[in-house]
Design a protein around this ligand. Sequence first.
Ligand SMILES: CC(C)(COP(=O)(O)OP(=O)(O)OC[C@H]1O[C@@H](n2cnc3c(N)ncnc32)[C@H](O)[C@@H]1OP(=O)(O)O)[C@@H](O)C(=O)NCCC(=O)NCCS
Length: 184
Amino acid sequence: MRIREHKGTTKDGSRILIRSLTEQDAEAVLEHLRQSFLETEYLSKYEDEMDMTQESERKFLKILEEGEMTLMLGAFESGELAATVSLIPISALSKMKHRGGLGISVKKRFWGRGIGNLLLQVILAEAKWAGYEQVELEVVSENERAVRLYEKSGFAAYGRRPCAVKLRDGRYMDEILMYVQLHR
Ligand SMILES: CC(C)(COP(=O)(O)OP(=O)(O)OC[C@H]1O[C@@H](n2cnc3c(N)ncnc32)[C@H](O)[C@@H]1OP(=O)(O)O)[C@@H](O)C(=O)NCCC(=O)NCCS
């Protein structure tokens, strides 16, 4: 689904535009993801595991835009895509579609300026209108920046998945399971 545009300001006063991503953004989204997978080990993939083409990404963004509850937003600074966030029902089954799964990534050079926080505030507000009652996510336990961001927005931990991630160097990382309930 498409949301109306939002404007925000970073901690250092730069202007940020937050809007729905559409099929026209496919190239920028792919580039953003490629860079994000290279910059952090806290996302689910290695960069060389990316299997999306521009065409498949374009189709995927179109499906999200046309979906009743599927949200994919971008935060832009001076026209550059700095961050993305998605919210998708954890299941299409009617008993579970009140629960959304959230994923967020900010390019490293934009970290620590409040963009993650802005994007999260916008998507949580829009989530209520989209019909979600609960938003859920998994975060690597060592990802203190992300855990802090989610806690600030009211997310609480409800469990821990041991050794959820195994890195190529053999290290394991646990995941913390978090959720927030949205109140109308
Ligand atoms: C996690 C992420 C989304 C945060 O985005 P961001 O734009 O840097 O976040 P913000 O600037 O809004 O900061 C959020 C909070 O992080 C906390 N924070 C900042 N630096 C920190 C650090 N080094 N350690 C712990 N917490 C830190 C601050 O408390 C800040 O809140 P504040 O505004 O009260 O100071 C971003 O770092 C990112 O995309 N990381 C890589 C991908 C990823 O980990 N995604 C999440 C997967 S679950």
